[in-house]
Design a protein around this ligand. Sequence first.
Ligand SMILES: *Cc1c(COP(=O)(O)O)cnc(C)c1O
Length: 230
Amino acid sequence: MTSDTRKNELAYNLEHLTQEIEALSSHAITLVAVSKYSEFTDIKALYELGHRDFGENRIEDLEKKSQLALECGLDEIRWHFIGHIQSNKIKRIARINNLYLIHSIASVKHLMHFNKEAMELKRSLRVCLQFNCSLEKQKDGLDLSIETTNEVKSALNKLSNLSLVGLMTMASHHGKSSQSEITNAFKRLVELRNTHFDQALKLSMGMSGDFHLALKEGSSIIRVGTRIFK
Ligand SMILES: *Cc1c(COP(=O)(O)O)cnc(C)c1O
C-alpha cells in the first residue's frame, strides 16, 4: 500500500517537474519516470495520478514490475527499457508486456537479435540507437563515426520488424561533467540526427541533473528518476 503522504509527495514532485518542463520547452516532451530505485507501489500511485511512461534499466526488475502492472490492470502503461543491453537478455526484453520503447541499443548485432525476436513474436519493436556523445571511452553507446552511422543505417533498412523512433545519449558521468561538457554532448546528438538521420527522429536525452540543458538543445524524451521518486 502507498500511504497518502507518499502519494501526495509523488504528485507534488510530478507537478513541479511538469511545470518546469513546460517552462523550458516549446513542444511536447515525453517524460519517462525512471522507476528503477522504486517499488511497484510508487509506479501504481503515479499511474493513478495519470502518468503512463515508466523506465527501467534491469530486465529482472522490469519483468517483476510489468507482471504486477498486468495483474493490477494498469493496461495503458508504457514501459521503456533504458539499461545496458546484454545479448543473453534480449529475448526477455522483447517479451515484456506493454513494452513501448527500447532506448539503449548500441550495436548492429543487438539490432539483428531484436529483429529476430520481433519476427518470432510477429510484432514490431520500437527502438532508439544509443550513441556515446561524451567521447569517454568507457561509456556505453555507438561511436559517432560516419562508418558506424552508415553501418547501423544500412542494417536497419533490412530489419523490417524494428521501427527506429529516435537517438539516445547519456551526457553526465556520475555528476562529474561540467555544464558545457554536458551541453556539448547533447549538441553532438542533435548534429548527428540533423546530418545523418530523419529530422523527425526523437532525441532521448536528459536526466534529473541535466534535463534543463537537454531541453534547451531540443530533447524530445527525458528520463527522470531521482527528481520524481527521491
Ligand atoms: C538511472 C537512469 C536515468 C535517471 O537518472 P536520474 O539521475 O535518477 O534522473 C536516466 N537514464 C538512464 C539510462 C538511467 O540509467
